[in-house]
Design a protein around this ligand. Structure first.
Ligand code: Q46
Ligand code: ZN
Ligand code: ZN
Length: 315
């Protein structure tokens, strides 16, 4: 197998692009795909400061690395979820990466700051762990991005993630979600702009990118992910992809090009009017936001995210 560009030995075949790449050309391919996503969807403007939501997994470390290489001023934010050794190890990978690049990693630990962990929070609020977890992470990422004056919040969602979410929304015709499923969500009502620069790269590609770049990451699945519906959607799409390479990317890109705008009006109409949470000040349709209610039920201490957090790692 030879690199499509230089004819040197290739390390990866990308069937949907009908191409094979050597290490330097694969790295260039990943960088080009991220740059293209940024340009196509106007994710970032020159000089903007980005906050990357970092989990210690391949996608978040890959997107952070690619942005730094593209010259973007990007800090990371790790949220400690208190999911046993899974969280401890994930945190170590995030710290090690930040130290290797001399990048700044901010840390908010749910147990230290709010006095609850995800397993307890989920039980207390009678929510599925991923629902309590997703809501907690979104809350902390949004608050820190805004309070620390970042222009944009970056997440590591890749093509497989976005195609699986789209698939799930289409299966149930959740049209108000379809109207909001974009690689860029503009800032509004107390929420920062959110962007997904990895939407042109698959999970296999972000993993390969980390390996060839020497980035060590958490390879274990989160122990609370069992039964997560998205894993099933991913498997279904992967089975189709094997039969006809490129289907996943066409499904997602075709949606953005030809269908997403049709659902926007509905998504807009369903949007609730938001006030401020009486406890933490973040936007909410009720008096107290869902996050503060969850913390309270879990026996923790709700309130604002501290703004003095964050430290710079040294290489
Ligand atoms: S960390 Fe949290 Fe994920 Fe674990 S509990 Fe679910 S949402 S699976 S990305
Ligand atoms: Zn090459
Ligand atoms: Zn609140």
């Amino acid at each position: 197998m030879k690199c499509t560009v230089c004819r040197e030995p290739a390390i990866i075949d990308l069937r949907r692009h009908n191409a094979n790449f050597c290490v330097p050309h694969f790295t260039k391919f990943c960088r080009d795909q991220v740059q293209r996503a940024i340009d196509e969807h106007e994710m970032l403007r020159p000089g903007e400061r980005a906050l990357v939501a970092v989990s210690g997994g391949k996608d978040s470390l890959a997107v952070w690395d690619l942005l730094l290489d593209l010259g973007v001023e990007a800090d990371g934010l790790y949220v400690g979820l208190g999911i046993g050794s899974y969280s401890d190890v994930s945190h170590e990978y995030a710290e090690a990466y930040a130290a290797s690049r001399g990048a700044r990693l901010r840390v908010v630990d749910l147990v230290e700051r709010y006095g609850y962990d995800i397993p307890t929070g989920a039980r207390a609020a009678r929510r599925a762990p991923c629902s309590a977890c997703g809501m907690s992470k979104r809350h902390v990422f949004d608050r820190v991005a805004l309070e620390e004056g970042y222009d944009v919040l970056v997440t590591g969602h890749n093509l497989d993630d976005e195609a699986a979410v789209l698939f799930g929304n289409v299966l149930r015709w959740q049209t108000e979600y379809l109207g909001r499923q974009r690689p860029v969500l503009e800032a509004r009502d107390g929420f920062p702009r959110k962007v997904k620069p990895l939407v042109r790269l698959s999970e296999r590609e972000t993993a390969a990118y980390c390996i060839v770049s020497g980035i060590e990451y958490q390879v274990e699945e989160c122990p609370m992910a069992v039964g997560n519906k998205h894993l099933g959607y991913k498997e279904a799409l992967n089975a189709i992809e094997v039969q006809s390479p490129g289907t996943k990317a066409d499904f997602y890109a075709g949606f953005l090009r030809r269908a997403a705008s049709r659902f926007e009006a509905e998504a807009e109409a369903e949007r609730e009017t938001l006030g401020s949470c009486a406890v933490c000040g973040s936007p909410t349709p009720g008096e107290v936001c869902a996050f503060c209610r969850l913390v309270e039920r879990a026996g923790g201490t709700p309130g604002p995210v501290p703004v003095e957090l964050g430290r710079r790692s040294t290489p």
